[in-house]
Design a protein around this ligand. Structure first.
Ligand SMILES: O=C(O)CCC(=O)C(=O)O
Ligand SMILES: [Fe+2]
Length: 298
C-alpha cells in the first residue's frame, strides 16, 4: 500500500482538554452532534432493538459488541469526531475495548459506585496516572435534572484506589451528577469512581458507549469478530477491532497493520530516523502524552 492511501490521524485533545481530562478524570464536550446526527444514531439504536428478539420495551437494554449490529454503529469505530482522542492515548496499538448500546428506562437497574477495569489488581498498580482504557459516551437524550438515570462521578477520584462508598448507591459530597443535553460527548478515565442515578422520570435514557485501550489489553466484549462482518469495514476499522487468531499478535501485530494512521502534523509513518532499516512494526512510535512530556523536559 502506498503511503498516500493511509489516513492522517484525525485531531484529538487540545492542550486544555487534556489538562481537564487528566485533572478531573472526565471531559465533557457539548454540542458535539447536530440534531441530524443525534437522529441518525437514535435510528440505529431503534433498528438494533427491532432486530433483537431479546429486546423488551421498558426494560434495561445494554447489548455489547454493538458495532457488529448496525453499519452506523460500525462507523463509530474510527469516526474522525472522536478517534483522534484515542489515537493520542494509544497510538499505533489502538484497539476498541468494547461498544455498547445503553437504554435506561424508568425504574430500571442502575450501577453502584465502581471504577471500570480490574478491582483485585487495579490498573493503577502499574499505570498510576495514564488510563489503560477510556470510555466515550454519546448522549442522545436530554437529561436536564438528577434522577433521570444520570451518570455520576467524583471529580479527581481517578487518582485513588480507595473509595468509601464503593459498591453502594450512596450520594457522596462533592460528586457530580451529570445533566448533559442531547448531542453531548463525554470521555471517562477508567480509574474514575462513578455510579448511575435511578431513573424516576418518564424519559428513556439513550446512549452509546465505546471504550478504547491498547491492543495488548484484553478486549471486553468479544475475542474475535465475524470474518464476514470484518470484510464490510475499512482498513482502519478492521485494525482497531484487533480480531486476532493468535494471542501474541495483540502485542506484536503484523506488518500490514502499520501505520494505523500517519502522524497528523508531519504526515509521516515514523517519528524519528532511528533504525531506518527496520520495519515499522519494530520501531517505537510516540503517543501524544510522551511528546508533551518530551517538550516539558526539553
Ligand atoms: O450508564 C452509565 O451512565 C454508566 C454505566 C457504567 O458504569 C459504565 O458504562 O462504565
Ligand atoms: Fe462503569
Amino acid at each position: 500500500m502506498s503511503s498516500s492511501s493511509y489516513r492522517k490521524a484525525p485531531s484529538g485533545f487540545t492542550t486544555d482538554q487534556w489538562e481537564e481530562f487528566m485533572r478531573e478524570g472526565f471531559l465533557t464536550i457539548e454540542n458535539a452532534l447536530t440534531e441530524d446526527e443525534i437522529d441518525y444514531y437514535v435510528d440505529a439504536i431503534d433498528r438494533c432493538c427491532a432486530n433483537d428478539s431479546t429486546w423488551e420495551p421498558g426494560a434495561f437494554y445494554g447489548p455489547t459488541n454493538a458495532v457488529e449490529k448496525d453499519p452506523v454503529l460500525a462507523g463509530l469505530i474510527d469516526h474522525p469526531r472522536h478517534v483522534g482522542y484515542f489515537y493520542d492515548l494509544y497510538g499505533e496499538l489502538l484497539k476498541l475495548h468494547l461498544s455498547q448500546i445503553c437504554l435506561r428506562p424508568t425504574g430500571g437497574t442502575h450501577s453502584k459506585w465502581h471504577q471500570d477495569g480490574p478491582r483485585t489488581l487495579p490498573y493503577r498498580v502499574f499505570a498510576p496516572t495514564l488510563p489503560m482504557q477510556v470510555k466515550i459516551s454519546y448522549w442522545l437524550t436530554d437529561l436536564p435534572r438528577p434522577k433521570m438515570g444520570n451518570f455520576v462521578y467524583m471529580p479527581g477520584s481517578h487518582n485513588t484506589d480507595r473509595f468509601d462508598a464503593y459498591n453502594t448507591h450512596e450520594s457522596v459530597p462533592g460528586e457530580k451528577i451529570t445533566c448533559p443535553p442531547r448531542g453531548t460527548i463525554t470521555l471517562m478515565h477508567c480509574n474514575l469512581w462513578h455510579r448511575v442515578e435511578p431513573n424516576e422520570s418518564d424519559v428513556l435514557r439513550k446512549n452509546i458507549f465505546l471504550a478504547y485501550c491498547p491492543s495488548w489489553i484484553c478486549e471486553a466484549d468479544r475475542h474475535q469478530s465475524s470474518p464476514q462482518w470484518l470484510e464490510t469495514l475499512n482498513r482502519e476499522q478492521r485494525i482497531i477491532m484487533r480480531s486476532y487468531d493468535y494471542g501474541y499478535h495483540r502485542t506484536k501485530p503484523q506488518a500490514s497493520e502499520f501505520p494505523l494512521f500517519l502522524d497528523r502534523e508531519t504526515g509521516r509513518q515514523t517519528d524519528s530516523d532511528d533504525f531506518p532499516d527496520l520495519p515499522m512494526r519494530l520501531r517505537k512510535r510516540l503517543t501524544m502524552h510522551e511528546k508533551l512530556n518530551l517538550m516539558e523536559t526539553a
